[in-house]
Design a protein around this ligand. Structure first.
Ligand SMILES: *[C@@H]1O[C@H](CO)[C@@H](O)[C@H](O)[C@H]1NC(C)=O
Ligand SMILES: *[C@@H]1O[C@H](CO)[C@@H](O)[C@H](O)[C@H]1NC(C)=O
Ligand SMILES: *[C@@H]1O[C@H](CO)[C@@H](O)[C@H](O)[C@H]1NC(C)=O
Length: 294
C-alpha cells in the first residue's frame, strides 16, 4: 500500500502523457469546395480554426492547381489524386479524420469508398455536402470559370464530353431526367451504389466502417438544392416535391452504401445549423465539428 501510493503520482503523469499524446495524434484533412483552393482565406480559416480548437493538426489537401481544377477535373479523378496524396503522407498513416466542405464531400466519399490500401478514416464531418446530388448548377458570379461552366452545362450535362470535363456534372441530378442521369452520369450513381447491376459491396463496407459520420445541413442553404441533400434527402424521381427525408430514400432503406448500418448503430449525426451555404458560426463549429477532431 505504502509503496503503491508512492508511485501513484508517477502513474498519473504517465497516463496523462499517454492520453495527451494519443489524442493529439489523430490529424484531419480538409477538402475544400468548388471554385476554392487551399490558399484561400476561407480554406485557411477552416483549417486553422479547427486545428487551434481541437489541438489536432489539420492539412488542407489540394487537387492540382486549386480553383480551376476543382471545376474541370472529373470527381472520380479528383478523388484518385487525393487518395494518392493521402497514402503518401506519413502523418496520416495511423488513420485520420475528414472535414469536407460542399463539393469536397464528394471527393471525401470517393476517398473513403474507392481508395484501396489507404489508412483508415475515423470520423468524417460533412458541411453542406451534395450527397444525394444537386438539382441546380453551383451558383456563381461572372468569373471566367462560371462562364465556361455555364456554357458546358447548357449544352447538355448528360453527355460524355461534359461528364469528362466538368466536375459538377458528376453530381447534377435533374429530377426530370433520371433515366438519362442513371445512364450517363459518371460519378454519383457509382458513389451511391445506385445502379442495380453495378453495386460494389466494398463501398458499403468502407463507409460503414466509419466511427462517426456527421452530416451538417444549412437552414438557409442556397447553393446545394435541396438543402436536405446534405443529409442524403432528395427529390423523388420525376418531381420537385416533396423532398424525401433521408430515412425514406431507397439508398437508405436498401442500405446501398451503409448509411442505415451506421445509423442503426448510432454513428450518424444529422445536424442543422443556421446560416447560408458554409456560413457556419464559430459556436456551431465548436459544438458540431471540433468534438469529432479531438
Ligand atoms: C490559430 O492560432 C494561431 C496561433 O495562436 C493564431 O495566430 C491564429 O490566428 C489562429 N487562427 C484562427 C483561425 O483561429
Ligand atoms: C469494388 O471496389 C473495389 C474498391 O475500389 C475494387 O477493388 C473492386 O475491384 C471493385 N469490384 C468490382 C466488382 O468492381
Ligand atoms: C454569415 O452569417 C452572419 C451571421 O449570421 C451574417 O451576418 C453574414 O452576413 C453571413 N454572411 C454571408 C456571406 O451570408
Amino acid at each position: 500500500m505504502g509503496s503503491a501510493s508512492k508511485f501513484f503520482p508517477l502513474i498519473l503523469i504517465l497516463t496523462t502523457f499517454l492520453f495527451t499524446s494519443l489524442s493529439l495524434s489523430i490529424p484531419f484533412i480538409l477538402l475544400h469546395g468548388i471554385a476554392d483552393e487551399c490558399s484561400s482565406a476561407k480554406s485557411k480559416f477552416f483549417t486553422e480554426f479547427l486545428s487551434n480548437s481541437s489541438g489536432s493538426t489539420g492539412y488542407c489537401i489540394e487537387v492540382g492547381n486549386g480553383q480551376w481544377d476543382s471545376w474541370f477535373i472529373p470527381l472520380e479523378e479528383q478523388s484518385r489524386i487525393v487518395c494518392d496524396k493521402v497514402k503518401q503522407m506519413k502523418e496520416l498513416s495511423g488513420g485520420y479524420n475528414i472535414v469536407g466542405l460542399s463539393q469536397g464531400n464528394l471527393i471525401a466519399r470517393g476517398l473513403v469508398e474507392f481508395c484501396d490500401d489507404a489508412p483508415p478514416v475515423k470520423n468524417y464531418v460533412s458541411l453542406a455536402g451534395p450527397h444525394a446530388g444537386t438539382a441546380s448548377v453551383p451558383l456563381c458570379g461572372s468569373g471566367v470559370f462560371c462562364i465556361i461552366a455555364d456554357g458546358l452545362i447548357k449544352s447538355d450535362v448528360y453527355t460524355d464530353y461534359v461528364q469528362d470535363h466538368l466536375a459538377p456534372s458528376g453530381y447534377l441530378k435533374l429530377p426530370m431526367e433520371i433515366p438519362k442521369y442513371l445512364e450517363k452520369c459518371k460519378f454519383l450513381p457509382k458513389l451511391n451504389n445506385e445502379l442495380p447491376d453495378q453495386k460494389n459491396s466494398s463501398y458499403k463496407h468502407r463507409l460503414s466502417s466509419l466511427q462517426k459520420l456527421v452530416l451538417i445541413m444549412f437552414e438557409d442553404e442556397e447553393v446545394v438544392i435541396p438543402k436536405e441533400t446534405s443529409w442524403f434527402g432528395y427529390y423523388p424521381d420525376g418531381a420537385f416535391n416533396p423532398v424525401i427525408p433521408p430515412q425514406q430514400t431507397k439508398l437508405y432503406t436498401e442500405d446501398w452504401i451503409g448509411l442505415k448500418t451506421l445509423d442503426d448503430t448510432g454513428k450518424v449525426e444529422y445536424v442543422a445549423v443556421r446560416g447560408g451555404h458554409l456560413n457556419i458560426s464559430t459556436q456551431d463549429m465548436q459544438k458540431h465539428v471540433v468534438p469529432y477532431l479531438v
